[in-house]
Ligand binder design. Structure first.
Ligand SMILES: Cc1ncc(COP(=O)(O)O)c(C=O)c1O
Length: 371
């Protein structure tokens, strides 16, 4: 039976080609495997536009959250202070992990339907000389909102502080220059369309090289991980060999598609089909269009007594189409991801299925709006 299609922010639908690349057993000290790791690290620097010798790419076992925690826990010094700009659940998560790590943390929180204003970050930094680092989410997957990381990066650099960007759901799917930040984090199973198993950070070498011994964690020590990779090309602890093989193939697949620009264009076409199709069905987008990414869209629940998200989810899932629950804190929403190995035909099918399911549920669709 064919796998269900995942209209989610990851793990997401991957290609046959990427899945097939995992059908090998490689020893973690084997030269062929070390070559895979080397190629991936080089390719990530190129993708970020930072293959100029100023950055290092470090891979870390675990999901994206482990990657963020390894960066936050390693690069903020014992006497440092982190300002986290929050307009969604992932910003809150970064602040929570910093607090748990005992890092002095300031939460700058704004509503989830507003982007972070770089001027506000500049003001916060000029008001507090002890803030050493700023953390921000590029695409807040909570809503799909894009924060202006280039402008925030400029404000942080002007103030002489360092910027950590969670680019989990944007890296490889949105064109941007990673050099706006000192640390950029993403993971294998997002826009590069690999399978889960590891995260990665691009780190500006000069500040990063000074972070030795700052991490309180052995396994999540990003600096020690880097030193290990540099020394002999190996991971310190068991690497996700199959996920790395899949990822190398996913990087080749991304290049074959035409790189990040072409992938972003495909995701944007997927989004257009959702915008048009779900608009016709009378669904309301949570964000104004100018704030939306082409990564994931949030839709408000239809205002009708017959609507229940669990039923919508199940009926779509029975048709092999998986959507995602909402995460917005002050509005009932569901989400549909535009990313993964999915194309216009898949999104047209999803729109048609949504129309049918609303019919079955007795949720009225505007006149003439049946897909
Ligand atoms: C922006 C962002 N940050 C962090 C994460 C956490 O990643 P993971 O679920 O792989 O730990 C996600 C997951 O979707 C995300 O979208």
């Amino acid at each position: 039976m064919a796998d269900k299609r995942l209209f989610t922010p990851g793990p997401l639908t991957t290609s046959e080609r990427v899945k097939r690349a995992m059908l090998r057993d490689l020893g973690s000290r084997d030269s062929a495997f070390i070559q895979v790791v080397r190629e991936i690290r080089q390719e990530l620097l190129k993708l970020g536009g930072v293959a100029n010798g100023e950055y290092e790419a470090v891979l870390m076992q675990g999901s994206g959250t482990f990657g963020i925690e390894s960066v936050v826990g390693t690069v903020v010094p014992p006497d440092g202070k982190l300002l986290v700009a929050i307009n969604g659940a992932y910003g809150r998560r970064m602040a929570e992990m910093a607090e748990r790590l005992g890092i002095e943390t300031i939460r700058y929180t704004i509503p989830e339907n507003q982007p972070i204003d770089p001027h506000e970050i500049a003001n916060a930094l000029s008001a507090d000389a002890f803030i050493s680092h700023v953390g921000v989410i590029h695409c807040e997957t909570t809503t799909g909102l894009l924060n202006p990381v280039a402008e925030i990066g400029e404000a942080v650099r002007k103030a002489g502080r360092l910027l950590i960007v969670d680019a989990m759901s944007s890296f490889g799917g949105i064109e941007f220059d990673a050099s706006c930040a000192d640390y950029i984090v993403s993971s294998a199973n997002k826009c590069i369309q690999g399978v889960p198993g590891f995260a990665f950070a691009l780190a500006r070498r000069v500040p990063f090289a000074a972070t030795e011994g700052w991490s309180h964690s052995l396994s999540l020590d990003l600096h020690a991980q880097w030193r290990g990779l540099e020394k002999d090309g190996q991971f310190r602890f068991t690497p996700p060999t199959h996920a790395l093989l899949a990822f190398r193939e996913a990087l080749a697949e991304l290049a074959d598609e035409g790189g990040v620009a072409a992938r972003a264009a495909r995701y944007a076409r997927n989004r257009t089909i959702l915008w048009e199709g779900l608009g016709t069905l009378g669904l309301e987008e949570y964000l104004p269009r100018e704030l939306q990414s082409h990564i994931i869209l949030s839709y408000r629940y239809p205002r009708h007594e017959a609507f229940r998200f669990e039923e919508l989810y199940q009926r779509l899932s029975d048709r092999g189409l998986v959507i995602y629950p909402g995460k917005v804190s002050d509005a009932d929403c569901f989400r549909i991801g535009c990313i993964g190995h999915l194309f216009e035909a898949d999104f047209r099918e999803l729109v048609a299925a949504l129309g049918q399911v609303f019919d079955e549920m007795g949720v009225p669709v505007p006149a003439g709006g049946r897909a």
